[in-house]
Design a protein around this ligand. Structure first.
Ligand code: HEM
Length: 458
C-alpha cells in the first residue's frame, strides 16, 4: 500500500521540488494518467516503450512551447490579430460562421453594416475557449488537422469536461454510464485524428508523399521529432496517438478556460478595460478602416512592457488555477520544517496543492477578491513590473509546466486583441460571475455567461 503525503506551505519547497527525476519522479504519474485517462492500454510492452522513449519526447515540446523566441513566433504564426476581427462575424448562416462561433449559440441582435455597428449575443465561455483552441492547435498539428476533423472541438471538450474528471477520480472506463460511453467515443475520435496526422508524418519521414488530400507542410517539427523516436522504439501509430493525447490536452485544457476567466474578470471590473486599452495601445495598432482591425500586434512587448495586463492575468491564475505537483519518491528524503524533521519513505508519493497558498490570507490579503494590481511591484529603476511572488500556476521544480511560455503569450495576445476590438457586457447589464467547478487545473464555470458583443466604440 503506497502512502501519499501532502506538502502545504513548506519552507524551501522550490528547492525540494528541484530534485532530479531519480529522486522525485513524475513518470509514474504520467504513465498512470496515460493508461487511466488518456486511453493507453496498460501492458508490459507499453510500459517498456515509455521507459525507453520518455526522456527524448519532452525536449521537442520544450523547444516549441517553453523557449521564449519559439513560443512567441508560434503565437505570431497563429495570426491572432487578424482572426480577432472575426471573433464574431454577425453571420446567421452556420455555413458562413467561423468555426469558433458554432458552439456558442450566437444570435444576431442587430446586423452589422458599414454605418451602424451590429450586436450579437453569445455564450462567452464557449466562444472564447473555442477561439483560443483554433489559434493554438494548428501551431502543433497544422491547419488541416482542425479542418478535416469538424467534430474535434466538441469531442475535445466532451472528453475534458465529462470523461476526464470521472476517470481521474477512479471510475472504471467500462462503467455502464452514458456520460462514460459518450466520453470514450469522443476520446476515440480524438485518437483517430491524431493517428491520421502521425500516419502522414511517418510517410513523409520515410520518404513517401503524404496522402494527396492531406497538407502536412505546417505540421510542427515537434511531431516529426517525436515520430522519429516513436519509430525507433517500435510504437504503433495508435500508440503514438495515445502518447500525444496528454499534449493535445495539456495545450488546451487549462489555457482556453483561463482565457475565458481573464476576459470575464477584465470586462466585469469597472474601469479596468479602459486602463488595459491605454497600456496596450502602443503594441496593438488599429487600422483607420471601418470597421477597425488590428494592423500589428507586438506579442513580445505585451509580455515585457504591459505590467497591468500581466498582473491581471496573474490574478486570474491565482483565482482560477488549481495547480498541483505530484511526484513519486524514488529514494527516501528528509524534509526540514522549522523545528520538525519529516522522513519520507522511498516508494511513496508527494502532492503539492499550490492553490492552497493562492487562497491563503497570510500570503495574499483578501484572497477571495479580484485585485488586478495585486502582482504589481516596482523594479530597481522605479518602473512597474508584474511578478509572481508566491504564486505557482505552473507547478514546481524540474517537471514544471513545459508549455508555460506559449500559454502565457497566447493568453496575452488573444486577450489584448479581443479587448482592443470588442466591447462585451453581460446580458441584463450587470456582471454576475458563475460559480466555479473545482478540478485538477483551471476551474470551469458551473454555467456559461450570456453576453452581448459589439464593436469597440471608444
Ligand atoms: C494556462 C495554461 C496552463 C496551465 C495553468 C498549466 C499548468 C500545468 C501544471 C500545474 C503542470 C504540472 C507541473 C508539476 O507537476 O509541477 C503542467 C505540466 C505540463 N504542461 Fe502545462 N499548463 C498550461 C498550459 C500548457 C501548454 C500550452 C502546454 C503545451 C503543450 C503545456 C504542457 C505541459 C506539459 C508537457 C507538462 C508536463 C511537464 C513535464 O512532463 O515535465 N501546458 N502544466
Amino acid at each position: 500500500m503506497s502512502e501519499h503525503q501532502i506538502l502545504v506551505d513548506l519552507p524551501g519547497l522550490d528547492r525540494l521540488m528541484a530534485q532530479p527525476a531519480h529522486t522525485l519522479n513524475l513518470e509514474p504519474v504520467q504513465y498512470s494518467l496515460l493508461t487511466r485517462v488518456f486511453g493507453g492500454v496498460d501492458t508490459p510492452e507499453l510500459k517498456e516503450k515509455m521507459v525507453k522513449s520518455i526522456k527524448e519526447l519532452g525536449p521537442p515540446i520544450e523547444r516549441l512551447f517553453l523557449n521564449e523566441a519559439a513560443a512567441t513566433a508560434a503565437v505570431e504564426r497563429a495570426g491572432i490579430g487578424e482572426h480577432a476581427a472575426s471573433f464574431v462575424t454577425f453571420c446567421t448562416d452556420p455555413g458562413r460562421m467561423k468555426r469558433w462561433e458554432l458552439s456558442s449559440n450566437v444570435q444576431v441582435v442587430k446586423p452589422d453594416s458599414p454605418g451602424s455597428s451590429g450586436m450579437v449575443e453569445a455564450d462567452l465561455q464557449s466562444l472564447v475557449r473555442d477561439f483560443g483552441f483554433c489559434m493554438a492547435v494548428p501551431q502543433l498539428y497544422g491547419k488541416d488537422f482542425l479542418e478535416r476533423n469538424p467534430e474535434l472541438l466538441n469531442d475535445f471538450w466532451k472528453f475534458d469536461n465529462d470523461l476526464f474528471p470521472l476517470l481521474m477520480i477512479g471510475m472504471p472506463s467500462w462503467a455502464p454510464l452514458n456520460i462514460i460511453r459518450e466520453g470514450r467515443a469522443s476520446r476515440s475520435r480524438l485518437m483517430a485524428a491524431l493517428e491520421t496526422v502521425y500516419r502522414q508524418v511517418d510517410k513523409v519521414q520515410q520518404g513517401e508523399p503524404a496522402d494527396p488530400e492531406y497538407d502536412v507542410s505546417d505540421v510542427s517539427f515537434v511531431l516529426f521529432e517525436k515520430n522519429k523516436i516513436f519509430a525507433r522504439d517500435g510504437w504503433s501509430l495508435a500508440e503514438r496517438a495515445v502518447a500525444d493525447m496528454p499534449i493535445l490536452w495539456g495545450q488546451n485544457a487549462n489555457t482556453q478556460p483561463l482565457l475565458f476567466w481573464f476576459l470575464t474578470y477584465a470586462y466585469s471590473t469597472p474601469g479596468l478595460i479602459s486602463r488595459i486599452r491605454k497600456e496596450i495601445a502602443p503594441f496593438v495598432k488599429l487600422s483607420d478602416t471601418n470597421p477597425r482591425c488590428i494592423s500589428s500586434l507586438d506579442i513580445h512587448a505585451l509580455a515585457k512592457t504591459c505590467p497591468l495586463l500581466k498582473s491581471t492575468v496573474f490574478e486570474t491564475y491565482r483565482l482560477t488555477d488549481e495547480a498541483a505537483s505530484i511526484r513519486y519518491l524514488e529514494r527516501p528524503i528528509t524534509i526540514k520544517d522549522g523545528s520538525l524533521t519529516h522522513s519520507l519513505k522511498q516508494g511513496t508519493w508527494i502532492s503539492v496543492p499550490h492553490s492552497v497558498t493562492s487562497h491563503d490570507a497570510s500570503v495574499f490579503a483578501e484572497p477571495e477578491k479580484f485585485i488586478p494590481e495585486r502582482f504589481l511591484e516596482t523594479d530597481s529603476e522605479g518602473r512597474p513590473v508584474a511578478r509572481y511572488g508566491r504564486l505557482r500556476p505552473w507547478g514546481a521544480g524540474a517537471a514544471m509546466c513545459k508549455g508555460r511560455t506559449f500559454a502565457e503569450r497566447e493568453i496575452l495576445a488573444v486577450g489584448a486583441a479581443i479587448i482592443s476590438l470588442w466591447d462585451i457586457e453581460q446580458v441584463g447589464g450587470t456582471w454576475r460571475l458563475p460559480d466555479m467547478i473545482p478540478g485538477t487545473g483551471v476551474k470551469k464555470p458551473v454555467k456559461d455567461i450570456r453576453v452581448r458583443i459589439t464593436r469597440r466604440c471608444t
